[in-house]
Design a protein around this ligand. Structure first.
Ligand SMILES: Cc1cc2nc3c(=O)[nH]c(=O)nc-3n(C[C@H](O)[C@H](O)[C@H](O)COP(=O)(O)OP(=O)(O)OC[C@H]3O[C@@H](n4cnc5c(N)ncnc54)[C@H](O)[C@@H]3O)c2cc1C
Length: 253
């Protein structure tokens, strides 16, 4: 391989490094989550679906770091995160309640070479399946798909507790249409007149509201560990090849 062959590869996948981010804005995303916008002048950009590690240091030197998906697939400069609070968690309550504009945080990334989608890379249709905050990297993919005016068929099945718990609700509503087939499943409460049953996603609902295996979609599944494992098993039972199912587990049950 010549140096000319290597250079474009390096450009397309920026190397992970440490960066300092300054909080520009933090606002409520859902009743339990915050959207955090960071100015990161050295951020090299990231593919849709990538994540980064946030490292916090206490005054006594104690450090804690957690992974968060990047909700934007921008060329660089600004990074948007959406963090759901686990009330008994160590890091997420601080990020949701205590972070203020002007605060600085250490970031390591971009990370995650396998759970990414790049415009123009493949014409195979894409099926996204999200549980709760697991929609963050999938929203980044849907937004990148829309921004690139990419012709790949895209469909998102999103399981949320109630309409208030939908992350990026306005942005997803704007993307829904020819660019993105959007299917919502509500597990605890739906809008008045909602035609579908309220409750956890079932195998039947997954089969009815996702692209069939015969279309050979690339499938991206993200959410809590239990959600992702259940959906991945069902997808294989429905005929999807294991190699076509990309998963990202956010932890928890
Ligand atoms: C690649 C990757 C990307 C991620 N992206 C996001 C993101 O965009 N937004 C986001 O909100 N989170 C995301 N997470 C989850 C995040 O990294 C933390 O796990 C989460 O914020 C909890 O951290 P904590 O310190 O508050 O809780 P901890 O102190 O780590 O854990 C507290 C308790 O909650 C349980 N737990 C841990 N994670 C979860 C979970 N997700 N759901 C339910 N129970 C859990 C643990 O088992 C433990 O019992 C991502 C995780 C990974 C691996």
């Amino acid at each position: 391989m010549s140096a000319q062959d290597v250079a474009p590869l390096r450009r397309s996948r920026p190397r992970a490094a440490w960066h300092t981010g300054t909080v520009v804005e933090t606002r409520r995303e859902t009743p339990s989550a915050a959207r955090i916008v960071l100015d990161v002048p050295t951020w090299p950009g990231s593919d849709a679906g990538s994540h980064l590690d946030v490292r916090l240091t206490a005054p006594d030197g104690y450090q804690a770091s957690r992974s968060y998906s990047v909700a934007t697939a921008s060329p660089g400069g600004q990074v948007v995160l959406a963090v759901d609070e686990l009330p008994d968690g160590e890091v997420s309550p601080f990020l949701v309640h205590d972070l203020r504009p002007g605060d600085q945080v250490e970031l390591h990334g971009p990370l995650g070479a396998f759970f990414v989608w790049r415009p123009g890379e493949s014409t195979r249709p894409v099926q996204l399946v999200a549980g709760g905050s697991g929609v963050v990297p999938l929203y980044a993919m849907a937004a990148a798909h829309g921004a690139a005016a990419d012709a790949t068929p895209f469909r998102l099945l999103y399981s949320a507790r109630t309409p208030d718990d939908v992350f990026f609700a306005d942005e997803l509503a704007a993307l829904a249409g020819p660019d993105l087939a959007l299917d919502l499943v509500y597990t605890r409460g739906a809008p008045a007149g909602w035609p579908d049953p309220v409750g956890r996603l079932t195998r039947e609902a997954l089969a009815a509201r996702t692209l069939p295996a015969e279309q050979r979609p690339r499938v991206y599944v993200c959410g809590s560990t239990g959600f992702v494992e259940t959906v991945a098993v069902w997808l294989q039972e429905l005929g999807h090849a294991a190699a076509d199912i990309h998963t990202e587990r956010f932890g928890g049950l």
